[in-house]
Each structure stands twice: as structure tokens, then as C-alpha cells.
Design a protein around this ligand. Structure first.
Ligand code: XMP
Ligand code: MG
Length: 183
């Protein structure tokens, strides 16, 4: 393994948490239909696994949010590049994020969807990185908490690379990106 990729969570550890989250969501929604919103691109693998860990009836939809800034730090200016296709009004909506860092991305999406008057609006995130939080927003369902570091793999990228990796890694040295792969 290359020195700039440090395994954070293995496939099995991720699968265990996804299974737990599916169980918690099933328990809370009691077989009611959920509109599950995948926040592209980072959530796509987590989302694909999570939908299969939930037994409640589901609708799935996709949004794309983008924040301006450098590669690893959010600027706070967030735009919606792709909107949902379903109406949110009067539906039970669950946003599925890959990671909450500053919270700007989630806050922006949350408020946009809230204006459309869902019956309920909750958030599930694979990773919660609390140390850099700039706005007071919390997820209702959290896979794992993260103290520090930039994460890649299992959907998460550095400059659009490494999304396909099956495990989660701390990417330790962005200056040497592009030199190789972790395996
Ligand atoms: P904010 O700061 O708005 O960030 O809460 C949320 C979005 O920023 C991306 N992000 C990361 N992407 N590794 C990544 O691959 C990370 O460690 C990381 N931290 C933030 C991500 O798209 C997330 O939705
Ligand atoms: Mg994201």
C-alpha cells in the first residue's frame, strides 16, 4: 500500500455500519414510504448499499450540490447543480450524504428542501467530521465519526479520483496525488 493512503474503515466495517443504519431507519419509519435523496457524487456507493439495507418502501432521487473553494476546504457558497425530479411536498424525506464537514453543503440543501414542505426531513451521513463544523447542523443517522483528515474511497474523491476504491482511506499527502493507488 502506498504511504499516502491509510485505511480508515475496511469493507466489513463499512458494511456493518450500513446494516446498523438500515435497521435504525426501519425502526424509525415503521414501514412508511421514504423519499431517499442521494447527494451526488460522493454518496453514490453508500446510497447503493443503504437502499439495500432498508426494508421500508422507498423512492430514490438524486441531487448534485457543489461548493466553491479549494479541493479540500468548502467555501460556504453552495449551488444546486441538479435538482430532484420528485416533489418533496408531503413526503418523508431522508437526505443521504457521504460526509458532513463544515456543514455548508448540507445546510444549503436542507433549507432548500424544507421550503418545499416535506412531511418530515432527516439526514443520514456515512461520515461526520465534527471538528471543522461551521454551522449548527446535525445528522439524525451517523455511520462513523471522524476526528480529522481528508477521506477518499467508497465514493469520496480527491480531484475526482479514488471514488471506486472499496474501502475508506485517510488521504495523507494531497501534494503527491496522482502518483499511484493504494493497492
Ligand atoms: P461541507 O464542508 O460542506 O462538505 O460539510 C461537504 C462536502 O464536501 C466534500 N468533502 C469531502 N470529500 N473527502 C472527500 O472526498 C473529505 O474528507 C471531505 N470533506 C468534505 C464532500 O463532497 C461533502 O459532501
Ligand atoms: Mg458530497
Amino acid at each position: 500500500m502506498r504511504k499516502n493512503f491509510k485505511t480508515l474503515y475496511t469493507r466489513d466495517q463499512i458494511a456493518e455500519q450500513v446494516c446498523r443504519l438500515g435497521g435504525e431507519i426501519d425502526r424509525d419509519y415503521q414501514n412508511r414510504e421514504i423519499l431517499l435523496v442521494c447527494v451526488l457524487k460522493g454518496s453514490f456507493l453508500f446510497f447503493a448499499d443503504l437502499v439495500r439495507a432498508i426494508s421500508c418502501p422507498l423512492l430514490v432521487d438524486f441531487v448534485r450540490m457543489a461548493s466553491y473553494g479549494c479541493e479540500t476546504v468548502s467555501s460556504g457558497i453552495v449551488e444546486m447543480r441538479k435538482d430532484l425530479e420528485f416533489s418533496v411536498t408531503d413526503r418523508e424525506v431522508l437526505i443521504v450524504e457521504d460526509i458532513i464537514d463544515t456543514g455548508y453543503t448540507l445546510q444549503s440543501l436542507f433549507h432548500r428542501l424544507l421550503e418545499r414542505q416535506p412531511r418530515s426531513l432527516k439526514v443520514c451521513t456515512l461520515l461526520d467530521k465534527r471538528i471543522d463544523r461551521k454551522v449548527p447542523i446535525e445528522a439524525d443517522y451517523v455511520g462513523m465519526t471522524l476526528e480529522e483528515g481528508f477521506v477518499v474511497g467508497y465514493g469520496l474523491d480527491y480531484q475526482e479520483r479514488y471514488r471506486e476504491l472499496p474501502e475508506l482511506y485517510i488521504f495523507e499527502d494531497p501534494s503527491s496525488a496522482g502518483e499511484g493507488r493504494p493497492l
